[in-house]
Design a protein around this ligand. Structure first.
Ligand SMILES: C[S@@+](CC[C@H](N)C(=O)[O-])C[C@H]1O[C@@H](n2cnc3c(N)ncnc32)[C@H](O)[C@@H]1O
Length: 212
């Protein structure tokens, strides 16, 4: 049987009608790093059961849009959100974006993707890193200049290298461990802000990096 947490955050999520307690991780990251703006388009990788998309949907408002992708079905629906059930590695993103009318690059790419865990910590860490690298490769192609990228990663010796790689492509990179992450969990979140663009000309002129 799947483990169903029943801690403070799980109960709060049920009361507030969020699909999962994970929402409070994104909320805390957003409170600190101010990621969302009204009207933004957001790509949510690993979207099921749907709490990050619920949060993003409210944060971007009716003029914004969310595209959520997951191997599993997403359990919620919102007027400004589209969900696809797929392995991100197998998705033909260009076709999907055209089919669903996503005409501009995304303002934000967020990934809470996690592998099914095994009894081998190193295997889990490497699979988590793989998912982050996949998420970044999608962000690299579909994020606008000045946009932001968030991904969950299982802590390992490789996290510092991944962070270092991201610093080539983003102006600011942070590691965040929200209070709502369970104490026994090894997950942290990388928050990478102000994508430099695939080349300098692609970075929106009005998106110069504010001092933080
Ligand atoms: C922790 S859950 C995400 C929770 C979600 N952010 C929420 O707030 O409801 C991690 C998700 O990553 C998904 N995932 C793992 N590998 C994936 C892949 N290759 N492609 C798409 N989704 C994947 C899993 O199916 C799982 O639903």
């Amino acid at each position: 049987m799947a483990y169903k947490p029943n801690d403070h955050y799980a109960r709060k999520a049920r009361t507030e009608k969020f699909a999962a307690r994970s929402v409070y991780k994104l909320q805390e990251i957003d409170n600190k790093h101010h990621l969302f703006r009204k009207g933004d388009t957001v790509l949510d990788l690993g979207a099921s059961p749907g709490s990050w998309s619920q949060y993003a949907s409210a944060a971007v408002g009716p003029k914004g849009r969310i595209l959520g992708v997951d191997l599993k079905r997403v359990e919620v629906s919102m007027a400004n959100a589209t969900f696809l059930r797929s392995d991100i590695n197998k998705l033909e993103m260009d076709e999907v974006l055209e089919e669903h009318g996503f005409t501009k690059p995304f303002d934000l790419v967020i990934s809470d993707m996690a592998p099914d865990t095994t009894s081998h910590r190193f295997t889990d860490q490497m699979r988590s890193l793989d998912l982050c690298e996949t998420a970044f490769s999608v962000a690299y192609k579909f994020l606008r200049g000045g946009g932001h990228f968030v991904c969950k990663i299982f802590e390992s010796g490789e996290v510092q290298n991944f962070r270092k790689d991201l610093l080539e492509y983003f102006s600011n990179v942070y590691t965040v461990r929200p209070k709502s992450v369970r104490s026994e969990s090894k997950e942290v979140f990388i928050v990478a802000k102000y994508f430099k663009g695939r080349n300098k000309n692609e970075t929106d002129k009005d998106e110069s990096t504010p001092q933080e």
